[in-house]
Design a protein around this ligand. Structure first.
Ligand code: DQA
Length: 145
């Protein structure tokens, strides 16, 4: 069984009630179920969310140690957290895929969302497709040896 980490940053625990016009009305449990159903056989989804930058960084360190590929929605940390970027960079520099995902399309929103400090070190970026952003990332990550 191969485990793929699906890590979510601040305020994504409020999915379902948070700005449903932007993020939809499904919550994190719906996302977990959707990804479990979308995952090919032999792939386990370990989906987590935290509002805590340090916790997210520790999870990325653990991904390196456990050799686990990562799908990461850094949420607002995307736009300013160099600490998160450095931790994410440890993942890709260790040869593991890390796909940055966003439910919305940050480039179609406020100017501060147009900058990602994570994208340059990510394996790839998928944004603007709702929960399908995660599914597309899963398709890629699961297809990697
Ligand atoms: C987000 C986009 C970010 O700008 C925002 O801060 C989020 C969610 C998305 O999934 O669309 O919290 O990462």
């Amino acid at each position: 069984m191969r485990t793929i980490l699906v890590l979510n940053g601040p305020n994504l625990g409020r999915l379902g009630s948070r700005e449903p016009d932007v993020y939809g009305s499904a919550d994190l449990d719906d996302l977990r179920l959707f990804l479990i159903r979308s995952a090919p056989e032999g792939v386990e989804i370990d989906l987590r969310q935290t509002d805590d930058e340090a916790e997210l960084i520790h999870w990325l360190h653990a991904a390196v140690d456990q050799r686990a590929p990562v799908i990461l929605n850094p949420a607002a940390f995307t736009h300013y957290s160099y600490a998160l970027r450095d931790a994410a960079s440890l993942v890709t520099k260790s040869g593991l895929p890390l796909v940055e995902v966003h439910i919305s399309n940050p480039h179609a929103r406020e100017t501060f969302r147009h900058t990602s400090v994570v994208s340059a070190i990510a394996t790839g970026v998928i944004a603007g497709f709702g929960f399908d952003s995660y599914r597309l990332a899963l398709d890629y990550v699961a297809s990697q040896p």
